[in-house]
Design a protein around this ligand. Structure first.
Ligand SMILES: [Mg+2]
Length: 298
């Protein structure tokens, strides 16, 4: 229903405008068809915030301006180290890949970083189901034109390119769906990318959805001065250790070795619609020391 409502509003408005310009019509002429309004599908609260709110739009544009400004400043200097954690690095023993004389690059995730997947998310909501891998794979192959650029992203990448920094995409979309994925990125306005050079997908290196292998492959040719995504796995695989509780994961992200990188090479965009956070328990989110209840529970 999320997408039907604005359309219906538009149709009603268009009908009213037509009516004032030509012969008056009875009010019922502007009523939406019953078949469309019968849908009970609803966008999630998180959908309404991310895809529909002015607040999210502003946050995204702010973030992209900060990312572009950081990269522009970084491009004017020759950093000794990239922002990619070296193999085996930990919070206690941090280590970053050396840059040498390699050209500069910024590496971006795609889904919910450059584009919002409105087509697939809308389909899942209308079907009343959660994430379905087979449907998602079909979306990768056929969804071109139904994903939209995130506010600020197109302008941000334009500034980054103008600064002489290569734009490289590292996505967990499947290499097996290469043609559809390239079409989707292009149709959203981001231009064309070359597989293995400026576009890296799941399946390009061992490790499945873990992205470190692809980050190392990119680093063979580039000094990466910015990593941008909507999940910590877009920054470093160390954050995706399945044994980490939500609190331990937060602590790791804020460890002294990493804390200074946020907004200064490591950038995250908000995505409340899906992610590793979804497996939290009631105690994870509302810890016992905060327990409270009204005198009379309803
Ligand atoms: Mg993503």
């Amino acid at each position: 229903m999320k997408y039907a409502l604005p359309i219906l509003s538009f149709l009603a408005l268009a009908a009213c405008q037509t009516a004032t310009m030509t012969a008056p019509e009875p009010a019922s002429a502007a009523q939406p068809p019953a078949a469309v309004s019968a849908s009970e599908a609803r966008p999630l609260s998180a959908d309404q915030w991310l895809f529909g709110s002015a607040e999210a739009q502003i946050m995204m544009e702010q973030s992209w301006k900060r990312i572009a400004a950081f990269v522009e400043t970084g491009a004017a200097s020759r950093p000794e180290y990239s922002v990619i954690l070296a193999p085996g690095a930990t919070a206690e023993a941090p280590d970053f890949l050396a840059c040498g004389e390699k050209p500069l690059a910024a590496v971006f995730d795609v889904d919910e970083t450059l584009i919002w997947n409105l087509g697939s998310a809308g389909a899942f909501r209308r079907m009343g189901i959660g994430f379905d891998p087979a449907i998602w794979s079909e979306w990768e192959r056929t969804g071109a034109g139904k994903a939209v650029p995130i506010p600020g992203a197109l302008e941000g990448l334009e500034r980054i390119r103008k600064a002489g920094v290569e734009v490289i995409l590292n996505t967990n979309r499947e290499a097996a769906n290469l043609a559809g994925n390239i079409d989707t990125i292009r149709e959203a306005g981001f231009g064309d990318y070359v597989h293995g050079e400026t576009l890296f997908l799941k399946g390009d290196t061992p490790g499945g959805s873990a992205k470190d292998g692809r980050r190392y492959a990119i680093s063979e040719n580039y000094c990466v001065i910015a990593l941008v995504g909507d999940q910590l796995g877009d920054i470093a695989d160390i954050f995706n250790d399945k044994s980490l509780s939500p609190a331990a994961r937060r602590n790791l992200a804020a460890a002294p070795a990493f804390d200074g990188l946020w907004d200064k090479g490591w950038f995250l965009l908000p995505n409340p619609t899906y992610g590793p956070f979804e497996n939290s328990s009631i105690e994870d989110i509302f810890p016992p020391e905060t327990y409270w209840a009204p005198a009379e529970e309803k």
